[in-house]
Design a binder for this molecule. Structure first.
Ligand code: PAN
Ligand code: ZN
Length: 194
């Protein structure tokens, strides 16, 4: 029987790996060379293999950028590793339109989601397969891989959110996730052990 109305989806999500396949999926990669001044230890970053991948992003953007009412979907794969004692992590950002929230959820590996509000208050949530994270509006967000295998998470955010990387590039986050005595520690004025 032929059915011309029921079609296959344009994009597929591998429910085990969290990865996306399909024609509309756009992939990008951030290597050590692309992450100048992101990690505290620039000297270590400079001496590392420059084409080493730190994280990869796959996105499905079914709406034009800045379209109100639409949703975007993404998969991020953060490789295991450190720059000095700081875990491999995403650059992190506020949304350009501050009043927009986002969902993250863990698919593989383990890590920490670091959140910061506009007053630079900082806190963090453990990310594991199945952990669901509601990133409320006006929060900067960044994820670090604290494990020995790739950390993979999915994300869903409004198509008019946009990304503001400048503020983080200028002022950074108020804390960094570093390894101390083989343990992840969020280093700010107050230390939080996981
Ligand atoms: C995610 C992030 C992704 C990469 O899709 O864009 O994890 O992190 P950076 O954008 O901080 O480099 C998201 O939060 N979108 O809004
Ligand atoms: Zn975001």
């Amino acid at each position: 029987m032929q059915n011309e109305i029921i079609k296959n989806s344009l994009v597929n999500l591998d429910i085990y790996s969290g990865q996306l396949t399909g024609k509309p999926v756009i992939k990008s990669i951030k290597k050590i060379a692309d992450l100048k001044n992101v990690f505290a230890d620039e000297e270590s970053r400079f001496t590392m293999q420059q084409d080493k991948p730190v994280y990869e992003v796959e996105v499905y953007l079914p709406e034009e950028e800045d379209t109100e009412g639409g949703l975007y979907f993404g998969t991020t794969i953060i490789h295991p590793g450190k720059v000095g004692s700081e875990y491999f992590m995403t650059r992190g950002h506020f949304h350009a339109k501050r009043d927009t929230a986002e969902y993250y959820w863990g698919m593989q590996g383990e890590g920490v989601l670091i959140l910061m509000d506009s007053e630079r208050n900082i806190w963090a949530e453990k990310m594991i397969p199945g952990s669901l994270h509601y990133i409320n509006r006006a929060l900067a967000h960044r994820v670090a891989n604290t494990g020995a295998s790739p950390l993979i998470f999915n994300a869903c955010w409004p198509s008019d959110a946009g990304h503001n990387y400048e503020e983080i590039a200028q002022n950074g986050f108020a804390a960094r996730l570093i390894e101390e005595n083989s343990q992840p520690v969020l280093k700010s004025e107050i230390e939080v052990k996981f």
